[in-house]
Design a protein around this ligand. Structure first.
Ligand code: SF4
Length: 424
């Protein structure tokens, strides 16, 4: 109740009344002439259906692979016709488990290179159970620059709780193999805030990752989306998740431990060593998502494709648009969207800030004062940097945002292939 009330007040104050927080059935999207755009490709097939997983994924089905690939190629073609051969500064391939379609990925990348000018890095995510030396060689050969491995934990007990179908030895083997072929960056995901987990377990996982010399570690909390079986299981069995104070302590220890081991903070959840490029999936300003359930953001609009893999295939194969729902973005919301992701980066360039907000935006000045008074950020000549405390609260805010808004959109989009209206 109180959080809903505060959200309403916050939205009115910062974004204004003009902005409607509603996704509606998509009509024709207007594509302005863009010079460049980042790309996201969604591959929804998984060989293991993890019970906590909130993403748009389906069990691997060989018969659907070729039609899905054709759908993706048609969608690439659609954007090529709309936008021309524009620059693609980065490609992110997520899922699902993209490496389950390893040979098809080569065809997708070839098509992107033929239809667009791909100027930047190609990043891909995968799981230790779906990564071996042969797959790694193929990824390297097709020009993948960075890889993220969803290890989640090196503790076999937690891997079992999470329903992952590999053990810590297999995870280590996959990491070593990925590190040996010279990707620009190897990131691993580790989870914290697991049921009954304490700081000792979390630090043991971090220690293992650091000893393996991975380039980047992304530590993120277990999100118990109510519609996942883990969300329901925890509720039914009244399993206790670490409370606020344990979560606070864990975050502080992760932050300090990474700093001690020379892993520099690159986002509220990410820490990297040395000068390797930062691996990141979500912080791009404008991007187009291709595939079932893929989300896109253009300067004036958010939209997403139908989550139903079957509907995605039938619409793209019939040369119809797979776009299901869209929400217009006012310029004011666009500014705060940008700021949200810079907070996620834990660092905001003052120059960029001034370009976007100007010098006299009193709402931003108010926000900044608030952050300073509560020691949530500090200032240098060029930047505003979140403190450890600030990073923790942004992490909580993201948790709130994901479990309230994203959960709401995804719950409906997973049930209805073409939703009429989603109010958030
Ligand atoms: S492998 Fe990843 S995408 Fe697939 S079910 Fe598990 S968590 Fe979800």
């Amino acid at each position: 109740m109180i959080t809903n009330f505060l959200t309403k007040i916050g939205r009115r104050f910062f974004v204004g009344q003009k902005q409607k927080f509603v996704f509606l059935k998509a009509k024709d999207i207007e594509f302005f002439s863009l010079k460049k755009i980042d790309l996201y490709i969604h591959i929804p097939f998984c060989k293991n259906m993890c019970p906590y997983c909130p993403y748009n994924r389906i069990a691997y089905n060989k018969e659907l692979v070729q039609p899905y690939l054709n759908g993706i190629l048609n969608e690439i073609d659609f954007y090529h016709k709309k936008l021309g051969k524009i620059e693609i500064p980065s490609i992110y391939i997520g899922g699902g488990t993209p490496t389950n379609l390893i040979d098809e990925l080569q065809i997708i990348i070839n098509s992107l290179r033929e239809k667009f000018f791909v100027s930047g890095d190609i990043c891909i995510e995968t799981s230790p159970a779906d990564l071996d030396e042969e797959i790694i060689k193929k990824l390297k050969k097709m020009g993948v620059d960075s890889i993220s491995i969803g290890v989640q934990s090196f503790n076999d007990e937690y891997l079992k709780i999470l329903g992952r179908k590999y053990d810590s030895k297999q995870a280590e083997k996959a990491i070593r193999a990925a590190l040996s072929v010279g990707f620009k960056s190897v990131n691993i995901d580790l989870m914290f805030v697991l049921p009954n987990q304490d700081s000792k377990n979390v630090l043991a996982d971090l220690d293992k990752a650091i000893n393996l010399k991975v380039d980047q570690i992304t530590t993120y909390p277990l999100f118990t989306f109510p519609y996942t079986s883990v969300g329901q299981h925890l509720k039914l069995n009244k399993i206790k998740m670490p409370n606020f104070f344990r979560r606070r302590k864990m975050y502080k220890e992760i932050y300090n431990y990474c700093a001690k081991k020379n892993y520099r903070q690159v986002s509220v959840w990410g820490f990297k060593k040395g000068e390797v490029p930062r691996y990141s999936s979500v912080t791009r300003d404008n991007y187009i998502g291709i595939g079932a359930g893929a989300c896109s953001r253009l300067p004036n609009i958010f939209y997403f494709n139908t989550f139903s893999v079957k509907d995605y295939i039938s619409s793209t194969l019939n040369k119809k648009s797979p776009i299901a729902s869209a929400m217009e973005i006012s310029s004011q919301l666009g500014k705060y969207y940008w700021l949200y992701w810079r907070f996620y980066d834990a660092k905001i360039s003052k120059n960029e800030l001034e370009k976007i907000f100007g010098r006299k935006d009193f709402k931003f000045i108010f926000l900044f004062l608030f952050l300073k008074i509560f020691r949530l950020c500090r200032e240098t000549k060029e930047s505003i940097i979140l403190t450890e405390r600030g990073s923790f609260y942004i992490h909580l805010l993201q948790n709130y945002f994901i479990l309230n808004y994203i959960n709401k959109v995804w719950t409906i989009a997973r049930k209805e292939a073409w939703p009429e209206k989603i109010e958030i």
